[in-house]
Ligand binder design. Structure first.
Ligand code: ADP
Ligand code: PAZ
Ligand code: K
Length: 261
């Protein structure tokens, strides 16, 4: 029972093909494409795959992109299924004012992170950071309640905003340093420490609210850029969204089985 997991962000589509729809399943193949390139998936990377038995995805990129992705999936007989954030799923409860308005990628990543933490020991509060086009910094308490999260511009958006809003900030990418002495380093370091600072504050909020030190996990295409500049240890888990999709797929299969029985 092979399984295709898809994560469509505002910059790239990421996919992983698994042997089974089970947490920890073996990876058969995986890839990532910028959204401008996704119309060639069916004749490109997906052409060599066997037909998946099922798929589950999360998408935050909008309706037009969703149609383009589903068009590529027409080489198979598989039904497109997309996660929408709900009040509760897979052990998490959603504290958002309007739960379905929470980005599906955020919800799925939190489910992946929470199950990963539970697999490693006793339940603890968490900070889950996703560094993609935007940056999100989520707080989860030890019982699995999503308390709320910060949304920041990612590196690219911060730089473009500064470039377009000023006359003197058109410079190449610089290095991250504590005391930048040129414009390039100032911009690169400013963006990086803005994100690191938000993560640090959220970790403080969670510690004060929950009375325990949070487990801190990071994911997303630009996570590796942030890791050396964090104020506290963060574990980088590139597969967090896929881990979450596997958890959800398995739980839904179990529920379906119970309904049929
Ligand atoms: N090798 C890379 N390929 C693509 N994006 C990268 C790479 N390394 C870092 N990035 C950064 O990661 C971001 C995309 O991350 P991703 O998690 O795919 O975003 P999203 O989920 O919003 O589409 C880009 O904005 C880019 O700054
Ligand atoms: C915050 C996001 C833009 C992040 O998108 P990404 O950086 O992964 O492309 C996305 O999760 C989203 O559109 N969320 C809906 C609004 C919300 O979560 O409150
Ligand atoms: K994403």
């Amino acid at each position: 029972m092979t399984f295709l997991a898809i994560d469509v962000g505002n910059t790239r589509l990421k996919w992983t093909f698994y042997e089974q729809a089970l947490p920890g399943a073996a990876v058969v193949a995986s890839g990532a494409e910028f959204l401008e390139q996704i119309d060639r998936l069916a004749e490109g990377a997906w052409a060599d795959l066997p037909e998946p038995s099922s798929m589950l995805g999360c998408i935050v990129a909008g309706q037009a992109v969703k149609h383009r992705v589903q068009e590529q999936m027409e080489i198979w007989n598989v039904e497109p299924r997309w996660v929408v954030a709900s009040n509760a799923e897979a052990g998490l409860t959603n504290g958002y004012d309007f739960p379905s308005r929470l980005g599906a990628d955020r919800w799925v990543a939190m489910i992946g992170a929470y199950h990963r933490m539970l697999a490693e020991g006793p339940a603890r509060p968490m900070v889950v950071v996703m560094v993609g086009t935007a940056v999100t910094v989520e707080a989860i308490d030890a019982s699995g309640r999503f308390l709320g999260g910060l949304i920041l511009p990612g590196h690219g958006i911060m730089l473009r905003a500064l470039e377009s809003g000023t006359a003197g900030l058109h410079v190449p990418t610089g290095d991250v340093c504590e005391f930048p002495t040129n414009t390039s380093d100032g911009l690169t370091s400013g963006g990086t420490y803005a994100i690191a600072g938000a993560c640090e504050r959220m970790a403080q909020h969670v510690r004060e609210h929950c009375g325990a030190e949070p487990v801190c996990i990071m994911t997303g295409g630009a996570g590796w850029k942030m890791l050396p500049s964090m104020g506290r240890p963060f574990e980088l888990v590139e597969s967090l969204i896929f881990d979450g999709l596997l958890v959800i797929a398995k739980e839904r299969e179990v529920l379906m089985g119970q309904l049929k029985a």
